[in-house]
Design a protein around this ligand. Structure first.
Ligand SMILES: Nc1nc2c(c(=O)[nH]1)N[C@H]1C(S)=C(S)[C@@H](COP(=O)(O)O)O[C@H]1N2
Ligand SMILES: [Mo]
Length: 314
């Protein structure tokens, strides 16, 4: 985002197909083996704690658009902890350890603590949500996520009425995340939402995409998805969720406040200082298309901002 005057990239940046198909096969095979063992009545130790995905509900919030090609979704990424190139995350996150994983819940909340991922998210009650993802760099995708509304997790941990914002942090671990050796951003990656935005039904915590658990490069094992905001709000590999009274500092905003606001609602009428946000390139399509206010979700979320000047609160 910082290094390009030209926000778009070509399809050549997308890593070859075979690699990811093989990875998918590997995941499927793993799941199959686990299933067989369970059927055979074998006791699986805690290390085998299954993150198999049980989807109980499907919602398509982008019904007239075709899904972005799987290989692009897992091969063309922004995850600066693993490098700033679009194919770096898929390459450099291969060995990233995401199991076991815990998330610290703290701040203005009734049930703070360190939760195992499986205690925060019920892998037997997952939803699929098909959303557009619009990067601030002016490219976009349509992705079928698997996860739960953030509101479910909030309900579980019970924020206090004092809490006005929710702050999120990505893992800080330069040994595993080579990008953190360089101060491209102020690590750990931080993001935040206002309480009502966080509680909105569209705000999602994803643990999978397409049919599989979340690939490392997409923010395994758990990442935020806020479909009406620029992609950088959708923070990956979350290890901490804090409930705060004050608006929390956020990574891209700290680095370049004029370019990346706290709200970061998709808005074709407000240009990035270095490029227009009026149109976008849908990955896989040849022609650019118009960018929609709130990324097409105005009907659901515009009410959250009534009375606010969206040019000032960009
Ligand atoms: N921790 C972390 N989260 C992150 C990023 C990042 O660099 N680090 N990049 C963001 C940006 S700019 C975008 S567009 C989306 C990309 O998500 P995807 O790679 O799964 O499509 O992740 C967001 N979440
Ligand atoms: Mo982005």
């Amino acid at each position: 985002m910082l290094f390009r005057n030209k926000p778009d990239l070509t399809e050549n940046d997308v890593t070859s197909k075979g690699l990811y198909l093989r990875r998918r096969e590997f995941i499927r095979l793993g799941a199959g083996v686990l299933g067989a063992m369970t059927l055979g009545g074998l006791a699986c130790g805690p290390a085998m704690a299954a993150r198999s995905l049980k989807i109980v509900k499907k919602t398509n919030l982008t019904p007239d658009e075709k899904l972005t090609n799987y290989d692009a979704v897992v091969g063309y990424n922004n995850f600066y902890e693993f490098g700033t190139g679009k194919t770096d995350p898929a390459e450099n996150a291969k060995g990233f350890v995401t199991d076991p994983w815990s998330v610290k819940i703290d701040g203005e909340v009734e049930k703070p603590g360190i939760y195992a991922l499986e205690d925060l998210i019920d892998f037997n009650q997952l939803e699929q949500r098909i959303y557009r993802l619009r990067c601030v760099e002016a490219w976009s995708m349509v992705i079928p996520w698997i996860g739960v509304p953030l509101a479910c997790v909030m309900k579980k941990v019970a924020p206090l009425s004092k809490a006005k914002y929710v702050a999120f942090e990505t893992l800080l671990d330069p040994k595993q995340m080579p990008g953190q050796h360089r101060s491209v951003l102020n690590w750990p990656y931080r993001e935040g939402l206002r309480m009502d935005e966080a509680a909105h039904d569209l705000t999602f915590l994803a643990v999978g995409l397409f049919d599989d658990i979340l690939p490392n490069q997409n923010g395994a094992p758990v990442r935020l998805v806020v479909p009406w905001k620029y992609g950088f709000k959708s923070i990956k590999s979350i290890v901490r969720i804090s409930f705060t009274e004050q608006q929390p500092p956020t990574s891209w905003n700290m680095l370049a406040p004029r370019e990346y606001g706290f709200y970061a609602n998709v808005n074709p009428a407000v240009s990035h200082p270095r490029w227009s946000q009026a149109t976008e390139r849908r990955i896989g399509n040849f022609f650019r298309q118009d960018t929609l206010p709130f990324n097409g979700y105005a009907e659901q979320v515009a009410g959250l901002y009534s009375g606010m000047d969206l040019r000032k609160n960009y």
